[in-house]
Structure formats: structure tokens, C-alpha cells
Design a protein around this ligand. Sequence first.
Ligand SMILES: O=C(O)CCC(=O)C(=O)O
Ligand SMILES: [Fe+2]
Length: 301
Amino acid sequence: MFYCQVHGKPVPPDVLGGFRESTEVMTDSAALQARMREDGYVFLRGVVGPSSIAMARKEVFGRLAEVGEIAEPPVEGIFTGQSQRPDEPAERGRFWQSVSEGPALRRVTHGPEMQYVLDTLFGEPSRGYDFIFLRPGVKGRFTFLHYDLPFFSRGTKNVVTAWTAIGDIPTVEGSLFVLENSHCFDDLIKPIQTIDYNSKDSPQVQMMGDAIEFARSRGSRLLTENFQPGDVILFGMTTMHGSFDNCSPVNRTRLSVDVRWQPASEPIDERYFGSNPAGTTGIGYAELNGAKPLTEPWHTR
Ligand SMILES: O=C(O)CCC(=O)C(=O)O
Ligand SMILES: [Fe+2]
């Protein structure tokens, strides 16, 4: 069905599956909430329109072309294998913040379409975090299987991640996957729920081992899709997910963005809001994988 690879290993068909699609119930709060409870995720096609996505893609890859990382025309996202980004960490952070705050990108992440979908999911007015995770993934990059808890949960535990494809992301170019039924793995979820939220340590919430064997051992599968521009997957803090190796035969960089949302009425985790968000560790955008030049490895959460 799909070609998918984790840490250099092709995923066999018996541990692979597709997402359940919820586009047809996108306007129905109760239906979206039921899907989230049952599956731990909600997959929606084409939430953000193609022209908004194209503008964001052009804006982000245009900035990366300026530092020599992406070839002309930027919209293709072809990695040059080089980088002239700043070396100094604080400067890298400033560069990445300016890319992450581009108006076309923010139109995608915090525009009316996303606001509508998240308001509908929560069944009340919601609020998107200002601190966002923009992820240009070059060939060879992937994200380990992990839970998003306990990050983002210092204000309220009622937090959802919204992951949006900024362009086509076929499975072979490093699509996102969800570990089927992982929102029901209480033996794994309980320990991470008791982690100290005020600690600046990054607790071990990643599975660095073989995701294929892990899925098998749990009678589970890696669920994914060939993402199209503007497709969105929403998942809770206790749903395990990761991304496949980008194996692009043409060196295409896959571009996605993930943003946390919560009910507007609940307390916020101040670290992720405001004009200069501190981020998890206090150094703001400099702490993100995206702040690293595309020439550097990236295998973390
Ligand atoms: O896009 C990726 O590789 C990982 C995304 C992720 O971990 C998230 O959205 O929480
Ligand atoms: Fe994540």
C-alpha cells in the first residue's frame, strides 16, 4: 500500500495501516470527540486551502533558499546539501523565530480554518500556542516514536497537537505515523503522567528501539497516509507517534508544522505564549530541531 521505512528498515505490510478519515464529520463536535476517544487521533483532508499552503511553502522554503539550503525554485523543497545559516546558537534561534513567525505560515497555523476545526473538536473556543514547531525534514531525517506528554501540559492537560502537511508528504518522504491504540497503553501512559512538569529535564518519553518490533509486540500497527497539502492530523498527548525516514529519491525536504491547542478558558503554560516564548527549556526557538541547519542530524522528538 505505502512504502515506509523506519531507521533504515522497510515496514512490513502486516504492521502497516491507513488512518480512519474524519473529513466528513469535520463540523460535528460530538463525532470528532468520539473519534478522538476511540482512535486517539482525528485525520482530516484538505483543512487549509491549497493557495494558503502554497504561500506558506514558498515563504518558508524561500527563507531557507536565502541561506543556501534549498535550491531554486524554493517551492520544490530540494535540499542543496549546504547551509550558510548562522553558527551562534542565539542567532540561530532568532533566524528560526523569524521563519516560524512568517505571515503566510501563521495564516496556515492560526487561520480561521484551524481555529474552526479546533473549536469544533473542543466544543468551545480554543487557543493555539504561539510557540510552533516547523519541521523541514531532509532525506534521512525521521522522528522517534514518542508521546507528547509531559511537554505542553503545565497549564492544562487538555491539549491537542495539530500537525499540518505544508505540501505533499507521501509516506516515502517521511509522513507522520500513529501507533494504533497507543492511547490505551496504560502501562506506558501512567508513568509519564507522574513526571515533574516543573522540571527542565527532558524525561524519557521516546522509544529509541525498533518501532516495528514494538508495534508487533503490542499487536499494533503503524498508521499513516500519503498526506496532501493542507491535510491535518490531530492527536492527544497520550497518543504515540513519530515520522518515517525521508527516503526521497529527489532529495525533497518534507515540510510540516505542529501546533498545540487547548480550550481558551483553561490556564495556559506561559512558556509557549507571547511575543518571545521561552519554549520548554527557556532558550526559545533556539531549542528546536528546526533551528539547526539542514546539514545537521535531527533525530529527537
Ligand atoms: O513531524 C514530525 O516528524 C514529528 C511531529 C511530532 O512529533 C508532533 O507533531 O508532535
Ligand atoms: Fe510529537
